[in-house]
Design a protein around this ligand. Sequence first.
Ligand code: CA
Length: 227
Amino acid sequence: MSGERILVIEDEARIAQFVERALIYEGYRVNVARDGRTGLITARDNPPDVVILDWMLPGLDGLEVLKRLRTASPRLPIIMLTAKDEIADRVEGLDTGANDYLVKPFAVEELLARIRALLRPIEPASQPETLRFADLTLNTGTHRASRGERAIDLTAKEYELLELFMRNPRNVLTRDVIFDRVWGYDFGGESNIIEVYVRYLRQKTEAEGEPRLIHTVRGVGYVLRED
Ligand code: CA
């Protein structure tokens, strides 16, 4: 563990302590702020690698803190914590630039897994491998895909997007995560680019009427799964 810095912005002492202990145990350096304003100051003075941000905070609420953090650091990974009755708002949080969200109560292992996923860049495999999902295969060396026996030619971006799906099967990928991993946040306002490339991939992977594998999760993103 290389001691990445995690900033936890959470007003509930019990949750803040529990998360802080778990993160320290994992080898992260941790800063805790109990309100949004303190959180922003802490982020400025000790730039974090990941922020865990509660939605409901006294004073500046989580959404406002999120907007300001995102403005200051467009690529900073931010995980929002929401209570169950705030779930409807989570889509707004993702639209505003959160990379991920967790619904309270959550298992600490789940939080740690999300942090690891956000800290881990997708590196090209040192050894070419063949990724498989259902009857879809993707070779990371040749960048060739196939659906059953049928070979599929991919452009560079189509390959990157499909590789992201194949490496995260059955996990919902938010639009922000897809942007970040495939295009980078600097892509800016062209917000339908993901839809366009998903459409290309569907046309190619379903060209002979095969069942759909890339599904839309309305308002959130996409998932690679059967059915
Ligand atoms: Ca709270």
